[in-house]
Design a protein around this ligand. Structure first.
Ligand code: ZN
Length: 654
């Protein structure tokens, strides 16, 4: 059944019977969601700009007897027209026919009371799901084509908006066994009021002023959930922990020391030495690590804290051996709250070290409110971050190059490191000459040599230029040699996030992919080798929220020929030194904070053995990886156990 076409002629005036929501990017309008209903057909169009990309989707639904009986999703093309359907569904009786792309329709039996909609939808569909669940006696329902869902109303309040009073209900949606719910705000008629706290929030036009109040309510609830989760995840100890007979990786020296004992009291390591020499205190919690590796916790030097970091993602990071994450862009309230409450032991996650994000005011501006339009504003941002205890400043794509000297000077004055994406229109050499201590993303080493390609034949992101040129790029060319010698002389650090660029961010090196991808992989591998051979410092980072690709990042260094012990030093003590924290962190030494791992394998010989991580100690708090993994399972929607927390790790590249 073909759906009647409700044409959204590009840029035409919106039909009278349309409803509009704003897509908010930190007070800037990034796009909108427009819903139009004509007769039995409703069309929702959700289009917003997120840097050089964004979301452009249109959904349609036909309603009969109050329920959706047919629908489709289509991309919104650059000219504003709708492209070919990416998915379709049609209900007849108790059966459902769905098709994806040009695939043949598949028929399913429809479970009674099931919610039916397109899967790749918009907040409009999410609000419809919430309404559907709230209408059910137990607020649960099967969802066609996906895991069952459950709704929970966690706030029902009335907010003042000028002379008006607006009712707002926050509904948490649990999908399948997912432990972490997504939230949706409904108004007094059960219509979408706003989506939950994210970088981009969709909110009813004219209700934007309610966002701070909605945010406060949601975060208060999330904070309580997170602290309860943290209590569930930590393994109680006697306060003193004795790890005996383990083979210790001495990060300072880069060697293994067999059969050592490590004593932890409170949040500090108090003794390290041969198992024969170090006594076990009476009453200590004893962990026998015979045949296992005891090593410092690792540092993900390219992270992004999210609201969900406290709600389970942090636990995934611990399960990946990350005891310190350097945050390189996130909302200030989210980042500082996570950092401070984790430090107080209230959250299950890595310790957070913060870098302050600064961006320019253009259409491709990143998802942040930290916009610098002029020197004074740029300086104020650096000062604010310094006051909030940030250690570093991280610049983004459309910061005006003329602002770099001002930012660099103020960052130096505040004792902060400076790094970032290379601002558009600037070269790596200029950025470093003006004060960058560090460069994010190896792809810049390729786009650097094609400055005009950022603009010609069309506006492109550095990553798109790098993808285009990497397959044919000669990493041994004189230009690259000159650049690397310059960086060596300047002592510049490279946060390559190679896991993003090699294998298209998917499979390991050379394990498939197009011929061009394989050639690009070899170029990136050659770059790792050259950086290491020239002694240019590397820091290991994932750029994904849950650090699930951290081991892969290290495995690429291993494949590039960097010795395993050196790789573990990069992941631990060297990261601590970059952030001037080696006095308290980075190695298993008496006096330092107890951030350490017990691995049932030999990562100093085989990086892949990091997958055999069993125990994590963060600030003296003991976690079993099995518990951390189990925490991702919960009695979400269907009460059944099931592995819920799929890798929420879409890299976001800020
Ligand atoms: Zn990033």
């Amino acid at each position: 059944m073909l759906l009647p076409l409700l044409a959204f002629a590009a840029a035409a005036a919106l039909p009278a019977d349309s409803t509009t929501w704003v897509v908010d990017n930190h007070g800037r309008r990034a796009g909108d969601l427009v819903v139009v209903t004509r007769g039995d057909t409703t069309v929702a169009r959700w289009v917003f700009t997120d840097r050089n990309r964004g979301t452009r989707v249109e959904t349609r639904h036909v309603t009969r007897d109050g329920r959706w009986v047919a629908g489709e999703a289509r991309p919104v093309l650059a000219d504003g027209t709708a492209g070919d359907p990416t998915e379709r569904y049609e209900v007849s009786g108790d059966s459902l026919r769905t098709s994806v792309g040009r695939g043949n329709p598949i028929a399913f039996a429809l479970a009674p009371g099931a919610f039916v909609a397109v899967r790749g939808g918009t907040p409009f569909e999410q609000a419809a799901l919430a309404r559907h669940l709230l209408a059910r006696p137990d607020r649960r329902a099967p969802v066609a084509g996906g895991p069952a869902a459950r709704a929970e109303v966690i706030a029902d309040t009335t907010l003042r908006l000028g002379a008006q009073r607006v009712r707002a209900r926050l509904v948490m949606l649990y999908r399948g066994a997912a432990a972490y719910p997504t939230g949706i705000w409904l108004d007094d008629r059960g219509e979408l009021l706003a989506t939950d706290v994210q970088w981009f929030i969709t909110v009813r036009e004219g209700r934007e002023a309610l966002l701070p109040a909605l945010r406060a309510i949601e975060l208060r609830w999330r904070d309580v959930q997170a602290e309860a989760l943290a209590k569930r995840l930590v393994t109680p100890t006697a306060g003193t922990i004795a790890i005996v007979n383990g083979d210790l990786f001495d990060a300072e020296a880069g060697v293994m020391r067999p059969r050592q004992t490590v004593i932890v009291r409170g949040d500090r390591i108090v003794a390290v030495g041969s198992a024969d020499a170090v006594p076990v205190p009476a009453g200590a919690t004893v962990i026998d690590a015979a045949g296992k590796t005891v090593m410092p916790g690792m540092w993900d030097m390219h992270g992004h804290l999210q609201v969900s970091s406290q709600g389970g993602i942090g636990a995934v990071q611990l399960a990946n051996g990350i005891t310190t994450v350097r945050d390189l862009a996130s909302d200030i309230d989210i980042a500082t709250s996570f950092r401070d409450r984790e430090a107080q032991g209230k959250l299950a996650g890595p310790r957070a070290v913060l870098a302050g994000f600064i961006e320019g005011p253009l259409a491709w501006a990143g998802p942040s409110g930290s916009i610098a339009r002029d020197e004074a504003e740029a300086r104020r941002w650096v000062q604010r971050y310094a006051e909030l205890g940030y250690k570093q400043i991280k610049l983004y794509n459309v910061v005006h190059p003329d602002l770099v000297p001002t930012i660099a000077a103020e960052a130096k004055r505040q004792g902060m490191r400076l790094s970032g994406h290379i601002p558009r229109g600037m070269s790596i050499e200029a950025a470093v000459a003006l004060g960058f201590d560090e460069i994010q993303h190896a792809a810049f080493f390729f786009s650097n040599f094609f400055p005009d390609s950022l603009y010609l034949p069309r506006m492109r992101a550095y990553s798109q230029v790098a993808t285009a040129v990497a397959p044919t790029f000669d990493v041994d060319a004189p230009g690259m040699t000159k650049l690397l010698e310059f960086l060596k002389a300047k002592g510049t650090t490279v946060d390559g996030t190679f896991n993003l660029w090699i294998g298209g961010g998917g499979a390991l090196v050379g394990a498939g992919g197009s011929p061009d991808q394989q050639k690009a992989d070899s170029a990136y591998m050659r770059l790792i080798r050259r950086l290491y051979a020239m002694g240019i410092p590397l820091v290991a980072g994932t750029d994904n929220f849950a650090s699930t690709t951290y081991r892969r990042e290290l495995e690429m260094y291993e494949l590039a020929g960097i010795p395993q012990a050196r790789i573990l030093q990069i992941a631990t003590i060297e990261a601590a030194r970059f952030l001037r924290e080696e006095r308290d962190y980075g190695s298993v030494s008496a006096g330092k904070v107890a951030d350490l791992l017990i691995v049932n394998g030999a990562p100093a010989t085989r990086i892949g053995d990091l997958a055999k991580l069993e125990t994590v100690i963060r600030g003296g708090r003991l976690y079993k990886v099995a518990d951390l993994a189990a925490a991702q399972m919960s009695r979400g929607a269907n009460g059944a156990e099931g592995f819920a927390w799929d890798d929420h790790d879409d890299h976001d590249d800020p």
